[in-house]
Every structure is written in structure tokens, then in C-alpha cells.
Design a protein. Structure first.
Length: 366
């Protein structure tokens, strides 16, 4: 959409520890990223950091920026730029009008969104979705996809929805909040407690009895046999993660039909969680009498797997007669759910999503 646009948008990668400032034009960074500590527990210092960081970027630009656009943790009223109580950024306790604050200082439009939303949008316009349609075209398959369900797997379980090259936010800006779904096996618990870094760590501790402060990368290395520990428990922790992720993706896919694209730091451990995730998507659910039914009306295909990718790209052709005529029609009886990993990288997808969202918003106002 905006790959060759010359307008510049200043961006921010906001974390609880550091803020990384940059600027983008035509999907490419225009300055060297500039990192500052966030001071997320002190509001005045945090706001000063934001001003200082964007001023530094502004001074490096060859042309004036047309907007500021970035992802910021929630809960938030993103449409109005208000950040609410954040568990890992105590400076924002009680709510802070961050968007209006930056807009007033820089005299620029400011757009703030959730990282899961911007991830889905970036992959929809410049990543996995166009790549999927290129694969379909190259294989001679006439099918095309237009909708993207983005899922980020990391500190939490984030999500976003992009439809027909537009980001779907909902009437209250609360679409895609799938971390609030129910845990598969503990129905009073949030799904994010099963699909997050802390979930992998907790399941490994409970299963192995190993109480060391291990990171998910450590647990992955234990599963690989390159670090001392309980390899079976490590693999089980990723399987439990994949099962719960599959549950969430299945629930969303019953309502929203489109490409599933996965990103986030835990995606690197795909070999250990994807079998359970795909098994959940292609599994069954029962009627009251115990009769099994397919979990989805769709058949899910892991496009990282060469055999599944080939099967996905090759339609089944069924011919049936038109009643009362001599005519026949052809169709593919299999409804296909493609599952891909980010083709851009999560951070770049979010940055492109933020950039395009700003320009789309400016162009819509015009």
C-alpha cells in the first residue's frame, strides 16, 4: 500500500525497560534506531524521555515527519491516545493522555495502537498475506486470501485482525483481545496463563521440580539436550503452550476466517509447540452424547511443513451436476486455513503496521 510512499512517520518500540525511537518512509527505516531507558516508574522522567527520543529522531530527518505512530502496551483508549493502568509501567497509573501530550508538543497527529493489532496489519499489507497470495498465484491456484489473523507469542498472547487491507479495531478499540479467552483446561483462568513466557516457565517447574530461574530459551535448550535439565518436562511445557495457543486460534477462527500468522519470541521454538497447536486446530469437539465433530469447519495447514504446504496449494476438484440441467460445476470441498509464521519479523511487522496505519488515517481524513 505505502511501500513507495515518501512521507516520513516517526515510530517507537515501547518496552517496560527501554524505548527505541526511529522513523520510517516507504517501509524502510530512515534513521539509526535510538534507544533510551523508559523510566516507566516515573511519569515525569518517562514523558521527558519520549520528548527527548522523538526530538533526536526529528533532528536526523531530511524531511519533516507527517505523524507519530507506535505501539504501546494496554489497557488503553487507543483511539483517544489515553494509556491506562499498566502492570509493568507504574508511571501511567490512573491514566495518562499520552497521545494528546505528544501531539501538543510536536504539533503532529499521533496514532497509538496495540502491538498485536499493528503486527497483524503489517503482515497483512507487506508480509505473510501478500506472500501467501504470491504462492497461490505461482502454483496456478485461483484462490486468494484477504483477511489476516495475527497472533504474537511472547510475554503475553496478543492478537489483531486485518480485513481487506484495513485494520479492524472494533467500536471500542477492543477487537482482538484474545488474551482474555478462557484457558483450555482451567476454565476460570485466562488463556494467556497458558500461552506466554510465564506459562512455559511454570509448566516446566511444576513438571520437573526444577526451581531454577530459567528463561524460555533455557527451557528450549534443555529440550534440545544442550543444557542440563529435564528434557521431557521441557518438551511438555512447549506442548502445553501449543495446545492452549491452538485453542485460542480455533476459537477466533470460528468467527473470523482468514490467514493465521504467528510471531513473537516464542515462535523460535515452533518445532516443539506446532504439532500440539495443529492437532488442536484439526482435532474434534463433542456433542453432549459424546459424538465427535471437527473442531473447525476449516482444515488447517502448517505452511512451514513442505508436505502440508503442497497439499494446501493443490485444490481438490469435485464435479457435481446442476439439478434439472445438463450442466456441471466444479468446486473445492476443503475449506483451507493457512498457518504461517511472520515473514517480516515481529518488530518490523509492527513498525510497518504503525507506519501504514498513520498514513491510511491521514488519507482517510483527507
Amino acid at each position: 500500500m505505502y511501500q513507495h510512499d515518501k512521507r516520513i512517520v516517526m515510530t517507537l518500540d515501547a518496552g517496560g525497560t527501554n524505548f527505541v525511537f526511529s522513523a520510517m518512509s516507504g517501509y524502510e527505516e530512515q534513521v539509526q534506531p535510538y534507544c533510551l531507558p523508559s523510566h516507566a516508574d516515573q511519569l515525569e522522567r518517562c514523558l521527558e524521555t519520549l520528548i527527548s527520543g522523538f526530538q533526536h529522531v526529528q533532528q536526523q530527518l531530511t524531511e519533516p515527519a507527517v505523524a507519530i505512530s507506535f505501539a504501546f502496551p494496554g489497557p488503553a483508549d487507543y483511539q483517544n491516545g489515553i494509556i491506562m493502568d499498566l502492570p509493568n509501567m507504574s508511571a501511567f497509573k490512573g491514566g495518562v493522555a499520552l497521545g494528546p501530550f505528544l501531539a501538543s508538543h510536536f504539533q503532529l497527529p499521533v496514532f497509538i495502537n496495540n502491538d498485536g493489532d499493528l503486527f497483524a496489519y503489517g503482515e497483512s499489507i507487506a508480509g505473510a498475506l501478500p506472500e501467501l497470495n504470491r504462492l497461490l498465484e505461482a502454483s496456478g491456484n485461483p484462490k486468494r486470501y484477504h483477511n489476516t489473523l495475527g497472533f504474537t507469542l511472547g510475554t503475553g498472547f496478543g492478537g489483531g485482525i486485518a480485513r481487506n487491507n484495513d485494520l479492524y479495531l472494533g467500536d471500542n478499540g477492543a477487537a482482538g483481545e484474545l488474551w482474555l479467552l478462557r484457558h483450555k483446561n482451567h476454565r476460570t483462568v485466562l488463556l494467556e496463563e497458558g500461552v506466554s513466557i510465564r506459562a512455559i516457565q511454570r509448566v516446566y517447574r511444576e513438571t520437573s521440580g526444577d526451581q531454577r530461574p530459567l528463561s524460555p530459551k533455557d527451557i528450549y535448550d534443555i529440550a534440545e539436550g544442550t543444557l542440563d535439565g529435564d528434557a521431557q518436562a521441557a518438551r511438555l511445557s512447549f506442548e502445553a503452550f501449543g495446545e492452549n495457543a491452538g485453542e485460542g486460534i480455533a476459537l477466533v477462527s470460528t468467527l473470523l476466517d482468514g490467514l493465521v500468522v504467528l510471531g513473537g519470541g516464542i515462535a523460535a521454538a515452533r518445532r516443539y509447540f506446532m504439532p500440539a497447536l495443529m492437532s488442536e486446530l484439526n482435532g474434534t469437539i463433542n456433542l453432549v452424547d459424546g459424538s465427535p465433530k471437527p473442531r473447525l469447519e476449516l482444515t488447517a495447514f502448517d505452511l512451514e511443513d513442505p508436505d502440508q504446504k503442497a497439499a494446501f496449494l493443490t485444490p481438490e476438484v469435485k464435479h457435481i451436476p446442476v439439478p434439472g440441467t445438463s450442466e456441471w460445476v466444479s468446486f473445492d470441498p476443503v475449506k483451507r486455513l493457512p498457518v504461517m509464521f511472520s515473514t517480516l519479523g515481529t518488530s518490523r511487522a509492527i513498525a510497518i503496521g504503525a507506519y501504514a496505519f498513520a498514513l491510511r488515517s491521514l488519507d482517510t481524513v483527507k
